[in-house]
Write a protein that binds this ligand. Sequence first.
Ligand SMILES: [Zn+2]
Ligand SMILES: [Zn+2]
Length: 524
Amino acid sequence: MGNAEIAQTLESYAALLDLAGAGHYTVRAYRRAAELVRETPAPVADLVRAGRVRELRGIGPGIERRLQELVATGRLAELVELEREVEPGLVALARFVGLSSQRLVAVGKELGVRTADELREAAASGRLRELKGIGPSTERKILAGLSRDRTQPRRGLTLNRARALAAAIAAELDGEVAGEVRRWRDVVYELAIVTTTPPDLGRSPLLVAVLEPGVAVTVEGIPVEITVAEPHAFGTALVRATGSAEYVAALGELPDAPSEAEVYARLGLPWLPPELREAPVREAPPLVAVDDIRGDLHVHTTWSDGKASVAEMAAAAIERGYEYLAICDHTPNVRVVPGLDADALRRQAEEIAEVNERVAPFRVLRGTECDIRRDGGLDLPDDVLAELDWVQLSLHAGQREDEMRLTRKVCEAMKHPAVRCLSHPKGRIINHRPPNALNLEAVIQVALDHGVAVETNGLPDRLDLRDEEVRLCVDAGVPIVCSTDAHSVRGLGNMQLSVATARRGWATAADVVNTRPLDEILRR
Ligand SMILES: [Zn+2]
Ligand SMILES: [Zn+2]
């Protein structure tokens, strides 16, 4: 059994556990294990047989037991049982349509209905409406939902989750990821896969329902458009499926070609990075890339709410090939988690100095994620701020204030001479909190006047600033910081999300502060 197959099984097991109401951490542990197995170069089955699989970070005794069963028998008995119990197909359709899954599962059982087609039929023949509690409006909602009407409000997936899911499906279908995920959209509503092998959808553990020919639905209720292409036209299908529809339409008639590069060559156009294919664009500047990044300027440690020490974060940054890392723990005003006052920051300085002795020429920078207080003041005394290598400002409370007050407060704080960057300026949490009312034009003006950069935060549920906002800043000449806000070693990996967001905002390496060498970061 290969790594891809093991990863897929773990992934579908996680999805079913989720449906069965298992705890968040259990579900996440299996999802992470799936990713880990997929990324491991050595055959995981061999590690399992040798009793060494727990050497992989994140594999505990529970997961090891399932892996042993899987490798020995080729299946997970619990998974088969869960599939029978929770009706993943109906749950997927319920989530897709926007109904409670318990309700649709109950309806399905009552009518003996399990698929989208059968559900449509039940509605057409009036059987659906006869059920208790299903009125004409619910019936309409189900039918409209099943027709893939995009005006129906739906909940999207964060990009990191969508990327993992799309990669798992692509591996299963032996295809390539296209669509919104390939364009690195911040929230993903639909997945797209291009393959040359017609899939057997009835047997896929990840695609649990079929909406219409070529469109399946995952257990999360996310539709997946599957294009089966002839090898000689694979590139053409990939361009089409990557979209956006508007971008593809503007290309005009597409020639058949096996690779995307060839499609563009035959069109007489330069290849365009998928990140920019939202609107008709013919040519792009050389966008910033993850390899251009020389350091991360926003990470946390155990001094505040991080999970790793200064030394562990530094070691992980060195492993990534970075030259520097700014420790930016919270200040006391943040309250919900521990914050560092002047004393604590000076004690942290001693620890950082010790680490620096061991890791030179790599450099751990003394930084802070300094709260902007309610009165607009900074949450640390001036003398401490002046000692630090990297000061960034954040607003954690008061996101609901009106535009005028919020903007005035943030702009005043940005004028402090120690400030280098404004962190997650719009304060949104994807799927939970809308962006604040901060006036970005005013921020851009102050940023230009006072040499302050703005962050594009790589936490998957922030991605803040977002693409269009990055573009406004880049056009105005405000430097961008691509950072992860990592709270663990693993969190450093979100740099690719931050960089992708900056790319979607047309940022080149020259626009991004942390593509610069250490001496330029220290000089201001
Ligand atoms: Zn923050
Ligand atoms: Zn932070």
